[in-house]
Design a protein around this ligand. Structure first.
Ligand SMILES: Nc1ncnc2c1ncn2[C@@H]1O[C@H](COP(=O)(O)OP(=O)(O)O)[C@@H](O)[C@H]1O
Ligand SMILES: [Mg+2]
Length: 224
């Protein structure tokens, strides 16, 4: 993934908020990077651009060599569904659906048979240690379990790029460590991971830390 001179503004009445400016960033295939910065520094905005949930105001974004800022919204939606898995800070699970049904949700949009959907969701429930919770709705799960369901859902379509916005933000530190372990395992399996966090300790598990400040990359630190 590559961002070239990316800017993102939000119009708020007469005010223009510069959420990101002058972002130049290359993320290699299979890399595990963290984006670290205080609240309001532009972390979520950057992750949403990488996740094709939003478009930059200026600049270009390339994913797997393709300039996505040129694609139609239909092609963008297809690419997002096929290649990218996103884990949000506040989970965004459907409260009406069970853990298993939540995990199956992204698979309803592809050409996946019901048999495959069931098999894949069972596998993911097991990997996440949630087999006994498959019929629980989110309200009947702990915070850590909910986040693991959200991760399983993000992985349902076997995306090669996994983006996570403060995936441990609402969890205590012990569960936070468990969640990071899951990302480390996914990285070992060859996936590209971008994890947004404001916790320096968690960021140290990744290969490279991007420090964001006031919408700009302040510095990068390579760790491995
Ligand atoms: N949809 C939006 N409309 C207007 N301003 C926004 C919107 N989203 C984010 N912002 C502003 O952009 C800046 C960066 O926000 P964000 O990317 O959410 O930061 P972070 O995730 O690091 O806390 C903040 O000043 C925030 O208030
Ligand atoms: Mg944020």
């Amino acid at each position: 993934m590559e961002l070239k001179n990316v800017e993102k503004h939000y119009e708020m009445g007469e005010h223009k908020i510069k959420a990101l400016s002058g972002i130049n960033l290359k993320i290699k295939k299979g890399e595990f990077i963290s984006i670290l910065g205080p609240s309001g520094s532009g972390k979520s905005t950057l992750l949403h651009l990488l996740g094709l949930l939003d478009k930059p105001s200026r600049g270009k974004i390339y994913i797997q060599g393709e300039e996505v800022t040129k694609l139609s919204s239909e092609d963008i939606a297809e690419k997002r569904n096929k290649d990218i898995g996103i884990v949000f800070q506040f989970f965004f699970l459907s409260s009406f659906l069970t853990a298993e049904e939540n995990i199956q949700l992204p698979m309803l949009f592809g050409e996946i048979t019901e048999e495959e959907r069931t098999k894949r969701s069972k596998e993911l429930l097991e990997t996440m240690g949630l087999s006994k919770r498959s019929n629980n709705k989110p309200a009947q799960l702990s915070g850590g379990e909910r986040q693991r369901v959200a991760i399983a859902r993000a992985l349902a379509t076997k995306p090669v790029i996994i983006l996570a916005d403060e995936p441990t933000g609402n969890l205590d530190s012990k569960i936070g460590d468990e969640i990071v372990k899951i990302f480390k395992k996914l990285h070992k399996e060859g996936n590209t991971i971008v994890m947004v966090t404001h916790d320096e300790k968690l960021a140290k598990h990744s290969e490279r830390i991007i420090y964001l400040m006031d919408g700009k990359i302040e510095r990068m630190v390579k760790r491995k």
